[in-house]
Design a protein around this ligand. Structure first.
Ligand SMILES: [Zn+2]
Length: 262
């Protein structure tokens, strides 16, 4: 089953389902244990005991025919994500379904360098998207590079040597599409903005964070900073109206309605 695509400001936005499954293995925990600081009312209609995640990437087809992939999913059976996420991901099959071969992707944007977003960028030790520049915040590259040997550095960043476009803060990806630093989940986490649509990566992880954007997530590198970044984004969207595209919600797009003051 596939998700419905949207057109935003002349850019076609196609959500791709890489995988679906519970957070397992070494990260297996109830959502209410790792999403903290809210009140019971924030969980209305949501399960505090079970979290089935979708692992989603987005394909963008620009006004000038450029093809951009936002995030690369969990990766193959032996990916760094295999310790906790449902592998293998089906991203390459999903791309084929919409008529895109790996070599057709001219830009990959990685919202951040966690295994369920960057794991599919390299398959069998070689770049999965051989013609793509990979847009990553410089702060993210430096963070992963400074932490000593780790699977993302060895198995994702090293094979991408020469293909990374490290950006600082805000950068135009293609006309009408911008990458914007949105730190906290990781130091160089970024979101992607297309007109009124923001692809949030893991800045907004679980629907309970729409009910209460201050809810902290235990696996954020800096939960306070993530909460501040999330609150700023949602405050703006609730003032102006907008749309978010998330990585892990059951549905790709969530409309953010203007909040009426009284
Ligand atoms: Zn994630």
């Amino acid at each position: 089953m596939s998700y419905a695509a949207r057109s935003v400001d002349g850019v076609e936005v196609i959500p791709l389902r890489d995988a679906v499954g519970p957070m397992g293995g070494e990260l297996k925990q109830a959502p209410s244990e790792i999403l903290t600081g809210g009140s019971p009312g924030d969980w209305a209609g949501l399960s505090p005991d079970e979290w089935v995640l979708h692992f989603r990437c987005y394909l963008l087809r620009g006004r000038t025919g450029r093809t951009v992939l936002v995030d690369t999913g969990v990766g193959a059976t032996d990916s760094p994500a295999s310790t906790w996420a449902p592998v293998p991901g089906t991203l390459l099959g999903e791309l084929a379904r919409v008529g895109v071969a790996p070599g057709d992707v001219d830009t990959v944007v990685l919202t951040h360098l966690h295994s369920d977003h960057a794991g599919g960028a390299v398959v069998d030790g070689v770049p999965a998207f051989p013609n793509a520049r990979h847009v990553i915040q410089r702060a993210e590259v430096e963070w992963v590079g400074s932490g000593g040997p780790n699977p993302i550095l060895e198995r994702v960043l090293r094979p991408l040597t020469g293909m990374v476009d490290a950006v600082d803060g805000e950068a135009e990806v293609i006309p009408g599409v911008r990458a914007i630093l949105a730190p906290g989940h990781t130091p160089g986490h970024q979101v992607v903005e297309i007109g009124r649509l923001t692809l949030t990566g893991d800045l907004v992880l679980h629907p309970v964070q729409l009910a209460n954007p201050a809810i902290r997530y235990a696996h954020d590198e800096d939960p306070d900073r993530a909460a501040a970044t999330r609150q700023a984004l949602l405050r703006r969207l609730r003032a102006e109206g907008g749309l978010i595209g998330t990585a892990h919600f059951p549905e790709p797009f969530t409309e953010i309605l203007v909040e009426q003051g009284d």
